[in-house]
Design a protein around this ligand. Structure first.
Ligand SMILES: [Zn+2]
Length: 121
């Protein structure tokens, strides 16, 4: 084997090594991603079942699940954060139609309802 043959052989081998390592790595990454997306899928199914159950039973007096109040609290804080977000954006939401209206406006531009200054408390 001549010098050029050896060199190109080495390059090919190094290339093979790198590409198989890359394949291994991308295989790991891909698997991790697949696992995560499957896990997320399962979580979503749980959530869907839970939501149906929650909505069917949230007003039941007999059931007293701690999770329900935790959900209620979370929903409330989401509501609060959305309110904060709108404050930051300088908008308010129309109580009647849900449209965003600029702060300082007294009437909804979409449905004409009176806007209460619920941010100024
Ligand atoms: Zn409106």
């Amino acid at each position: 084997m001549d010098v050029f043959g050896k060199i190109s052989d080495t390059i090919v081998n190094v290339g093979k090594d790198v590409s198989s390592k890359a394949k291994e790595l991308s295989g790991v990454t891909k698997l991790k991603m697949d696992i995560r997306s499957k896990e997320e899928f399962v979580e979503k199914q749980y959530a869907l079942i839970g939501k149906k159950y929650y909505e069917a039973h949230k007003d039941d007096d007999i059931l007293d699940y701690g999770e329900f109040s935790v959900i209620e609290e979370a929903l409330q804080s989401i509501k609060d954060m959305k309110k904060q977000l709108m404050e930051l954006k300088g908008v308010k939401r129309c109580d009647k139609c849900g449209a965003e209206v600029p702060e300082g406006t007294n009437f909804c531009g979409k449905c004409g309802a009176k806007i209460d200054d619920f941010f100024e408390e």
